[in-house]
Each structure stands twice: as structure tokens, then as C-alpha cells.
Design a protein around this ligand. Structure first.
Ligand SMILES: CC(C)(COP(=O)(O)OP(=O)(O)OC[C@H]1O[C@@H](n2cnc3c(N)ncnc32)[C@H](O)[C@@H]1OP(=O)(O)O)[C@@H](O)C(=O)NCCC(=O)NCCS
Length: 148
């Protein structure tokens, strides 16, 4: 597994991967382009055999100590191999580099694989956002304090 910062020429691969990962609330190609080129943030890609098998999109605001996990996903055929965990570990290093001391994320309340991963990684429940997703599902907001 190789982790690196995704670049503009990863746009098509990320968009294709996204279609495998989510059935609704997908990041569009246009949004990926923004994330890759303009946003206060970055995408870390995880490659297996030179193919993108997972990614995590991170965002932050100027003058804020919070970094947000905007999205994370691993292709179905590459799951349960530690990619998700490693993408989060890498994100913690990035948070420290950008002087962020808190990482936040939203997760669908019934997404057990993701909830297990986040709890394993030390994320704690913060609050619930009702009807956050387009299917009407609630989001749990989780956060982790990072020691800088
Ligand atoms: C959530 C997701 C990113 C996990 O990626 P992954 O690479 O398979 O995760 P890892 O192999 O690093 O697993 C780490 C831990 O997560 C938990 N986990 C992962 N898959 C799980 C599953 N199917 N069932 C239960 N727990 C699971 C376990 O605690 C696991 O630790 P273990 O291997 O010691 O049991 C992946 O399932 C995914 O892409 N899902 C679809 C997209 C999604 O839901 N993204 C999150 C949006 S908030």
C-alpha cells in the first residue's frame, strides 16, 4: 500500500472509485476537482498495485484548529486490509502539520464498519445531526483530539 497526496490527474480515478463506494451523496467530479485544486484541504490516496484503492478527503478553515474528514472510502475489493485505518493515521500527521488539534467527521448512524473504525481510532461522539443525508438518515458527529 502506498499513501500519497492526490493530484489533479487523479480526478477520473477518484470519481470512478466514488461510484463504487456510495449510492447517494456522492462527491461529484466537479467537487473532486475543487477539492484537488482549490480547497483548503487535500485528498490522500491509497494505492495498491499502482491503482487507487482508497482515499480520504480532508478540509480545514483558516484560523481554525479543526480539520474535517469530508469523506473516506476504500474499494470493496480492498477492504479489511487496513487501508481505512492507515488513511486516518496519515490524516492525523497532516492535522499536526497544519496545527489542527481536533479532527471531526460525520458518519451515518447505522454505518457499522465506519463506526467501528472510528471508535477503534479513538473518535468520540459529539452530537447528532438529524436528517443530514439525502436519504433522511441521521449523522453522528465524532471528533478526536490530537496532541500536538
Ligand atoms: C469504512 C471503510 C472506509 C473501512 O475501510 P477498510 O479499509 O475496510 O478498514 P480497515 O481494514 O482499516 O479496518 C479497520 C477497522 O475498521 C472496522 N471495520 C472495517 N470493516 C468492517 C466491517 N465490515 N465490519 C465491522 N467492522 C469493520 C474494524 O474495527 C477494523 O479493525 P479490525 O481489522 O482490527 O477488525 C470501508 O468499509 C468503506 O469504504 N466503506 C464504504 C464507504 C464509507 O462508508 N465511508 C465512510 C463514510 S463516513
Amino acid at each position: 500500500m502506498e499513501l500519497s497526496i492526490a493530484q489533479a490527474d487523479d480526478l477520473n480515478s477518484l470519481t470512478e472509485l466514488e461510484a463504487e463506494l456510495f449510492t447517494y451523496d456522492r462527491i461529484t467530479k466537479k467537487q473532486f476537482k475543487y477539492l484537488l485544486t482549490k480547497a483548503n484541504g487535500l485528498i490522500i490516496k491509497a494505492e495498491l498495485d499502482s491503482k487507487i484503492a482508497g482515499y480520504i478527503a480532508l478540509l480545514w478553515r483558516k484560523n481554525s484548529n479543526r480539520m474535517r474528514v469530508y469523506s473516506i472510502g476504500v474499494s470493496p475489493s480492498s477492504r479489511k486490509n487496513g487501508l481505512g485505518r492507515n488513511l486516518l493515521i496519515c490524516s492525523e500527521s497532516i492535522a499536526k502539520n497544519y496545527n489542527c488539534s481536533i479532527i471531526t467527521l460525520e458518519v451515518q448512524e447505522h454505518n457499522q464498519p465506519a463506526l467501528n473504525l472510528y471508535h477503534d481510532m479513538g473518535f468520540k461522539y459529539s452530537t447528532t445531526r438529524s436528517a443530514y443525508y439525502s436519504d433522511g438518515g441521521n449523522a453522528l458527529v465524532l471528533q478526536k483530539n490530537i496532541d500536538n
